[in-house]
Design a protein around this ligand. Structure first.
Ligand SMILES: Nc1nc2c(ncn2[C@@H]2O[C@H](COP(=O)(O)OP(=O)(O)OP(=O)(O)O)[C@@H](O)[C@H]2O)c(=O)[nH]1
Ligand SMILES: [Mg+2]
Ligand SMILES: [Zn+2]
Length: 411
């Protein structure tokens, strides 16, 4: 019987070479992984970028690709010069934890490529997104799919235009409050537009009075509020002209409930490019979304708008009372006056905020919004039959998803 004995031979050398190869590729992978965390990179570090790489702005994001426009000088984008872009594969793998790697408004560094790299047949020039510049500002809600995650909707805007409408759909003040919180947090100014003034004709005196009161309250807080009509409108209208002036030279994000007329407003300011607008102007508002993807559009006069799909409600990420009350301008001066430093302004004794609500200096409705956001309630107020219909697949799965549906009866 021959005893088994180990003889190092040629096969071993071969094996070792294989093992070595695997090890080396693993090392490479590790190194890759280190690189992967480097997706977000300061623009100063872009200098050592490859030849031909260029800075660009994300103008529209789809599921598998995005449209970008080269931005040779910051703020100088021609949104008609569009490339098709995909995020470099190594970044995709490492950033699975995020709902979206890139959003409209992002400033990115791109590498031109042929469309074989991109694997999407297109007539557009193609590029790969290698790096993302840190976001100057961002609008985000809680991801309705994974509640611990944030869903960033857009970035690098200078101001927020929150749009509501008097009717079809009726104004959702609580949703406006939530957007104002987001703007305050980003230290960007917010402008409020209440559209479809023409539809006020059919409304009760009581409703009109309530709207006037709400608008007066927001103005007293320092917000610019426009009450206007976008449809059948011209630049002769002083409100339209003033609003247009406020958007000049800035990047403005338009947000608000679906169907309030955001895209119609963009069309008014940029008549040569007609955004798709739902064609049921009155009575039977279907609650459908016409804008499926957020997109950045250059305004005729100067400046950019980011038109976003309407959201019916959303949940803000968790915030403590101190953080949240900053978004409620009328509470800012009061929070230090509460008896307890850690006051949540819910049921604590000696609460200056609750005293102000009782005295009528803080609106009951706004206070209800505050409490709703603090406890993680969505911005929906009341529900119509149309609102409760499932959204059709037409929108392609972005932006149109409702967060948890909890009705607030403060309206
Ligand atoms: N009566 C009236 N209808 C308007 C006015 N402005 C816009 N609309 C109508 O409102 C409907 C919705 O307008 P859109 O501009 O698509 O609304 P949107 O906010 O972009 O909606 P999403 O893209 O779904 O978020 C369209 O049928 C418009 O014609 C207005 O001033 N008065
Ligand atoms: Mg739209
Ligand atoms: Zn308090």
């Amino acid at each position: 019987m021959t005893k088994w004995k180990y003889h190092p031979g040629d096969e071993d050398a071969e094996h070792l070479a294989k093992v070595d190869k695997i090890r080396r590729s693993k090392d490479k992978l590790k190194k890759h992984n280190r690189d992967e965390t480097q997706f977000e990179l300061d623009k100063d570090s872009w200098a050592k970028a490859g030849e031909g790489w260029f800075a660009a702005r994300i103008v529209e994001v789809h599921k598998r690709y995005a449209f970008i426009s080269p931005e040779p000088v910051e703020g100088d984008i021609d949104t008609r010069d569009v490339w098709l872009a995909t995020v470099a594969r190594r970044h995709l793998q490492s950033r699975r934890g995020e709902r979206n790697n890139i959003v409209v408004g992002d400033i990115v560094l791109c590498r031109p490529t042929d469309d074989r790299d991109v694997k999407i047949t297109t007539d557009l020039p193609c590029c790969v997104i290698e790096h993302l510049a840190p976001r100057r500002s961002r609008i985000a809600r809680r991801d309705p799919m994974v509640m611990e995650r944030e869903h960033v909707l857009a970035s690098n805007m200078d101001q927020l235009l929150v749009v509501g409408s008097y009717a079809n759909p009726g104004v959702k003040w609580g949703l406006i409050d939530r957007y104002l919180v987001l703007a305050a947090e980003q230290e960007i100014p917010a402008i409020i537009v209440i559209n479809k003034e023409d539809l006020l004709k059919g409304e009760s005196e009581e409703f009109k009075k309530k709207c006037e009161e709400e608008i007066a309250y927001f103005r007293a807080l320092g917000y610019t509020v426009f009450s206007l009509q976008v449809e059948n409108q011209t630049f002769d209208d002083p409100a339209i002209r003033e609003l247009h002036g406020m958007m000049d030279g800035k990047t403005t994000i338009l947000s608000g409930h679906s169907g309030v007329g955001k895209s119609s407003l963009v069309n008014l300011f940029r008549p040569e490019i007609q955004q798709e607008v739902e064609e049921n102007s009155n009575i039977n508002y279907k609650g459908r979304h016409t804008t499926s993807y957020a997109s950045m559009i250059k305004l005729g006069r100067g400046g950019y708008v980011i038109d976003t799909p309407g959201i019916r409600s959303f949940v803000l990420r968790e915030r403590g009372p101190i953080e949240l009350s900053y978004g409620f301008v009328e509470m800012r001066a009061l929070v230090n006056k509460c008896k307890f430093r850690e006051c949540r302004h819910i049921d604590e004794p000696g609460c200056a905020v609750m005293d102000a609500v009782a005295a009528g200096t803080i609106s009951e409705r706004r206070y209800t919004s505050y409490k709703g956001i603090l406890s993680g309630v969505s911005g929906r107020e009341g529900r119509t039959r149309d609102d409760s219909r499932e959204t059709s697949g037409r929108e392609g799965g972005r932006g149109e998803i409702d967060d948890i549906e909890i009705d607030e009866s403060d309206d």
